[in-house]
Design a protein around this ligand. Sequence first.
Ligand code: FMN
Length: 182
Amino acid sequence: MGIPMSKDTFSDADALPDSLPAPDQRELRNAFGRFATGVCVVTTRDADGAPVGVTVNSFSALSLSPPLVLWCLAETALSRAAFEQAERFAVNVLSAHQHEVSKNFATSRADKFRNQVWTPGLGDVPLLGGTLARFECRRSSLLAKGDHLLFVGRVERFSYDDGNPLLFSAGQYGEMARALSE
Ligand SMILES: Cc1cc2nc3c(=O)[nH]c(=O)nc-3n(C[C@H](O)[C@H](O)[C@H](O)COP(=O)(O)O)c2cc1C
């Protein structure tokens, strides 16, 4: 059963008629890409119970109390219907050695879970093996914003391990070269 989309309670500058020329999308994407991120695979089950997963770098911690996270999905994503109807999702934070896992879930195909190691978590949502952290969430809001959907989830269970994260910046994967102290 689907959860209704949240109403945006704040007045929206992005809903006003355009007074500025739209920026060049390639350039805007390049600029957004200067913000280095980790990489996650968000997983769920579709209405038929099949596992679904998509690579994202739009994940962010949102709140400690209550424990909330957010991430964004393109409105054109094939997995959209699955995430729209699902009450639960899991965020799997990838380790530095998992760039092939990232690439696998960044393609639009039905058999993404073939050759992947995973176990069922809360609500049978798939949890990928070899990850650095996992956040098992119940969806608390869903907001349509521009060309993306913004999902907010309440963390019901989480775990993490020591290790290095997979990083993504300017269209390239990487890992931390060295930690800077102070
Ligand atoms: C590093 C990386 C980060 C990505 N982040 C996002 C994201 O935050 N949101 C999104 O919708 N797509 C993101 N994508 C693209 C999706 O993973 C890709 O479009 C995928 O094919 C969608 O799968 P689907 O069509 O099966 O839903 C990212 C891709 C990569 C490689």
